[in-house]
Design a protein around this ligand. Structure first.
Ligand SMILES: [Zn+2]
Length: 1096
């Protein structure tokens, strides 16, 4: 049934005039059922049970203001095999009673004026303030849902002194003081550190230290055991930190605090290991590095009881400071040259890169800029060594597009031995007649037609003229050797579940609107993409969209056991040519199925149909599914069992319940078809099984639990637009090559692998990110760079076969200090999260959590052992480039993907696991640490877009802790692409009036999902900040309103504040204390022992 020749592309031409506006009735198009005549705005009465309209095929009429006419086309005979003519949209009773969307809508009692949250406790150990206990909304939640909190500490009891402290201290004070403190500490070079290479960023030499010691006691007065009246701090959620050393850390009777360099006394000062004081490379005698001797947390029964840690949370290393710093380095100064190699801008930094022989960091990032020359050195550091490749990443408008090179029939020059593509790091010798491969050192003859003389420096005279010898990233036209089947423009098939549930929750209306928006608004589809539409319930409905028709024709295949596509031509069409067909159809879908009482959407059959329709041409299935498929091919059982949650057996629910979807996903991959799956669960849908469709095919999973149009509709529209309009490549294969001595051990992401080297991606988008963990085959030559090349063979959306090649050269090092100095904690977190997700199928989550923390301890211990062994034993020393690793580790532990607690619905767990697998580095950072902008004290220029770049100037951001929120203030929180607008309980009426146009919190409509427009400057700035925090293709995002102490949504808000105690885990301060104790245990001299855990 396939094989219809693709219609000619008209993407560049004039679009046909838009059809007349849809019906005047608010609901848009009217009921299209041919058997009915409905009045505008009136829902037609359901036909009597049992009546089956003998519909053969029917078409939705263009929506009009009048009553809908019967639209039967007499004499239409579908092409192809005979189609059974049964369409029964109405009479059946639901197979399952329609599910009401259950939400916890219990409103919290208004607890009246709440004492102000203390910004920065001055007199008391902060651990006793709200930052270290449960945040107030969590206390409320805990009162409502005590079972989730039974093991947590007693709720925070506000004290009198806090009520007196009305004045909010600027939270930035502590951050800046930390910066100053840290800047003054141990700035000298440590053993093991190399000077920055010549030519590196001079500014960075000043600002990027090799490491900074972190002193937990800075800025805190000695305590006399803490004031009375506070509940004892006990039993944080992560139990079992080794009890050893408790009495010593941080001791109330410790030495007086004298300044930033004061050491925290340990229980017993561990003796530094003399052999390890020197850099690793200089102490070969100290071969058996005593790594990995710590106890994994959670194995010791003794509960961890922090003893009044007197750490000011504001002194903790902060992502805000780090990112602000990085932005200052790279934001406005001159562009970042990729030849610099070291210390690339962080993923969240806005920068402009110039490709000087290495790929833009947007395409390829390494977990460390310096590659250790041996496996032993890597193991000694415990750092992960890997790459994150985002092969089609979007470039900034200020950056040069990737150059396309056509080598004709011969194809691009490659190394004969290892097939590495020609790149700027290949060396030409022998007068230009030979080139030496940078990967395998093989000497290859230069083809005659590629010969060029060398200059005095041995460089080809034409090297500046040839992009493949000058740029780290280029694209080659693929020769026919790379073409397995004739490439064709990609086709996107939208499949919409139209069962009772789907219609009633508003999903059908929003999905149809989102598709229409994605096709015809913004930048539109990528060039050349064709479109097809399927709707389905217990049967599948196909639409002929041929532009020669007046309106879409619907064909129904009720026999889903024997699925076929009943339309030969006109199923996938050019959306521009067929706009007059597609738009009215999408407008009509919600009313066409308004009375559809069928349940059980047959997703399995739809996958089969999409496979048949797209076989031979490739493309993408974009499916919108609301329920567990319980009928037809691929029907699944309800298997969720609450008794398994939070137990070792929970992971049986992560595995697919049968092979159907995986098998079909593999068939999709073979035919170059990827799948984006949009789930709208109101009950268990078995995301673990269904997500195989997206994870195997390079697609993505989206989830909107208990979908509510008003709340989630905008997010859905933004997601669909981004999904459909971003750059797309089909039938892709990625291969990562490395220097001899290294190899890729494992690949992570949404992908499929038939062998160990070729990563098959049925579809690849600008957001697709693949992780690769590197392994050693031998020793690297420390005098040479280590090289990496990622080559992506793919078909562009308009049917061109291309090879995009990314290259990276990294210096080898023999010094562990250089590894730490060049580490990228963001990229490492992305890779570690991806690795953890792949382990979730085989290891209990509890074990994974312990391993993650253990890994963090091992890394920091290795740093201490090898790079800072001369420091005082009680002092916590964090490597500068890795100082955020405890915080990010904690954020990962708190993510719904792996956090403890029985209250994470299993589908949500799977969804978040999928996010980790598919996230790019930048998205990982947005996800793990929220951005919080204060809105109540905007300075001039803040909240205003730059006239040239359009970038909105943000106010000074606030760290993710409830204690830092001013109850008289307003804040915008951005996390993972969504926004929350938080109003403090004491926000003044005038401020409120200027912000949202009402004078009391009670008057705010919490159902609104955008910032209302009010003609004030503040309101304009707030809306600009919202757009600046979450820039989307669609230009809008959902804004959730949260009023302090009034809205249930505050529980969700508080759960995003990762520095607080929440999500089954401790505060940032407590966690760092716990890590520090572990490091102290590690530092004690022990006999040689094998690491308990390592990366390899
Ligand atoms: Zn080679």
């Amino acid at each position: 049934m396939n094989g219809a020749p693709p219609p000619p592309s008209h993407m560049g031409g004039q679009r046909p005039p838009p059809p007349p506006p849809p019906g005047a009735a608010p609901g848009g198009p009217q009921q299209q059922h041919p058997q009915m005549h409905a009045q505008p705005g009136q829902r037609p009465p359901p036909p009597p049970p049992g009546s089956r309209p003998p519909v053969q095929n029917w078409q939705p009429a263009p929506a009009g203001p009048g009553a809908v006419q019967q639209q039967q086309q007499p004499g239409f005979a579908p092409p192809g095999p005979p189609v059974p003519h049964q369409y029964r949209p109405v009479p059946q009773q639901p197979q399952h009673p329609p599910q009401q969307h259950q939400q916890h809508q219990q409103m919290l009692p208004n607890q009246g004026m709440r004492p102000p949250v203390q910004a920065r406790p001055q007199q008391l150990p902060p651990v006793q303030g709200p930052a270290h206990g449960m945040s107030p909304p969590q206390q409320q939640h805990a009162q409502q849902y005590p079972q989730q909190y039974h093991q947590q500490r007693p709720p925070y009891v506000p004290q009198q002194h806090q009520q007196q402290q009305q004045q909010m201290q600027p939270p930035t004070q502590g951050i800046s003081s930390l910066t100053q403190n840290m800047g003054g500490m141990n700035m000298g070079q440590q053993p093991g550190m190399q000077s920055p290479p010549p030519g590196s960023h001079s500014h960075k030499q000043r600002t990027r230290r090799a490491y900074a010691p972190f002193n937990p006691e800075v800025g805190d007065a000695p305590s006399q055991g803490g004031p009375a009246g506070f509940p004892p701090v006990n039993n944080p959620q992560m139990p079992g930190f080794p009890g050893a050393g408790q009495q010593g850390y941080p001791s109330p009777a410790g030495p007086p605090i004298t300044g930033p360099q004061t050491f925290v006394p340990g229980a017993q000062a561990p003796t530094p290991t003399p052999g390890l004081a020197a850099p690793y490379a200089r102490s070969p005698g100290a071969a058996p590095l005593p790594a990995g001797t710590g106890q994994p947390m959670g194995q010791q029964p003794a509960p961890y009881e922090p003893q009044k840690p007197r750490i000011d949370p504001n002194q903790m290393p902060s992502p805000i400071t780090v990112h602000t710093h990085d932005q200052e380095n790279y934001g406005s100064a001159q562009p970042y040259s990729t030849a610099q190699r070291l210390n690339a801008p962080l993923a969240c930094t806005e920068f402009t890169a110039v490709d000087d022989g290495n790929s833009n960091p947007r395409f390829m990032r390494m977990t460390m800029g310096n590659v250790p020359h041996t496996e032993e050195l890597l193991k000694a550091s415990h750092l992960p060594l890997g790459i994150i490749v985002q092969p089609l990443a979007e470039l900034a408008p200020s950056e040069e597009p990737v150059k396309l090179i056509d080598f004709g029939e011969e194809g691009p020059i490659r190394c004969l031995r290892c097939k590495t593509y020609i790149n700027p790091h290949m060396v030409f010798i022998n007068g230009g007649k030979t080139f030496v491969c940078n990967m395998c050192r093989h000497e290859n003859d230069v083809p005659d037609d590629y010969f060029c003389n060398l200059d005095m420096a041995g460089k080809r005279l034409d090297s500046e003229m040839r992009p493949e010898l000058r740029n780290g990233t280029v694209e080659f036209v693929a020769t026919k050797d790379f073409i397995a089947r004739q490439p064709a423009p990609a086709s996107f098939v939208f499949a919409i579940d139209v069962t009772w549930n789907a219609v009633q929750c508003g999903m059908v209306a929003y999905a149809a609107a989102a598709i229409k928006d994605a096709l015809y608004s913004g930048s539109g589809l990528p060039a050349g993409v064709r479109v097809g539409i399927i709707t389905y319930d217990r049967s599948a409905h196909f639409y002929s969209l041929s532009s020669s028709l007046d309106q879409a024709q619907m064909m129904v295949v009720p026999d889903i056991q024997d699925m076929f596509v009943p339309i030969n031509e006109g199923f996938v069409v050019d959306p521009t040519e067929a706009r007059h067909i597609i738009e009215p159809l999408l407008d009509a879908l919600p009313t066409m199925f308004a009375n559809n009482r069928t349940a059980e959407p047959v997703l399995g059959a739809v996958v089969q149909a999409a496979h048949e329709a797209l076989r031979g041409r490739g493309g993408k299935l974009i499916a919108f599914q609301t329920a567990l498929p319980t009928f037809g091919p691929g029907s699944l059982k309800q298997r969720d069992d609450a008794k398994l949650h939070n137990t070792d057996k929970e992971r049986t629910l992560y595995e697919p319940q049968d092979a159907f979807y995986r098998d079909w996903a593999i068939k999709l991959v073979e035919d170059g078809i990827s799948c984006s799956l949009y789930l709208f669960p109101s009950a268990y849908v078995d995301a673990a099984t269904l997500s195989q469709l997206s994870t195997v095919t390079g697609g993505e999973l989206y989830s909107y639990p208990a979908f509510e149009g008003g709340r989630d509709g905008r997010r859905l529209m933004a997601d669909v637009r981004a999904d459909v309009q971003r750059a797309y490549g089909g039938s892709a294969v990625l291969r990562i090559r490395t220097s001899d001595g290294l190899r890729v051990d494992e690949h992570y992401g949404n992908l499929y692998m038939r062998n160990h080297v070729d990563v098959e991606l049925a579809g690849v988008t600008s957001d697709s990110a693949i992780g690769a963990l590197l392994q050693y085959d031998g020793k690297l030559d420390e005098k040479q760079d280590a090289y990496f090349q990622a080559a992506l063979l793919y078909t562009t959306s308009d049917g061109q076969r291309r090879i995009r090649v990314h290259n990276l050269a990294a210096p080898c090092t023999t010094l562990i200090g250089n590894m730490f100095r060049s580490s990228e904690v963001d990229t490492s977190l992305n890779l570690i999260a991806k690795m953890a997700m792949s382990e979730a199928l085989t290891s209990p989550l509890k074990g994974i959590r312990e391993k993650l923390t253990d890994r963090c301890v091992q890394i920091l211990s290795a740093y201490r052992r090898n790079c800072a062994s001369g420091s005082a034993p009680g002092q916590l020393i964090l490597p500068e480039a890795y100082k955020l690793s405890p915080l990010y580790n904690l954020a990962l532990l708190k993510s719904p993907a792996i956090r403890g607690g029985a209250d994470v619905p299993i589908d949500q767990r799977i969804y978040h696991m999928c996010l980790m697998r598919q996230f790019s580095v930048r998205k990982t950072m947005d996800y793990f640490y929220p951005t919080i902008a204060p809105l109540h004290m905007l300075a001039e220029g803040e909240g205003v877009a730059d006239e040239v770049t359009g970038v909105v100037a943000l106010p000074k951001l606030v760290r993710a802790s409830y204690s830092l929120l001013d109850p008289a203030g307003m804040y915008m929180l951005a996390s993972g692409g969504s926004l929350m607008l938080w109003f403090g309980r004491q926000v003044s009426p005038s401020l409120l009036q200027a912000a949202v146009g009402v004078s009391a919190l009670e008057q705010i409509d919490t159902k609104m999902h955008s910032v209302p427009e009010v003609p004030t400057e503040l309101n304009q700035k707030i809306r600009a900040i919202a757009g600046g925090l979450v820039p989307t293709r669609a230009g809008y995002v959902n804004v959730q309103i949260v009023r302090q102490g009034m809205d249930q949504a505050e529980v969700q808000f508080a759960s995003l504040l990762v520095e607080d105690r929440n999500n089954d885990n401790m505060t940032y301060v407590d966690f760092v204390c716990a890590i520090h104790r572990q490091i102290q245990v590690e530092a004690r001299p022990k006999g040689p022992s094998e690491p308990k855990w390592s990366y390899h």
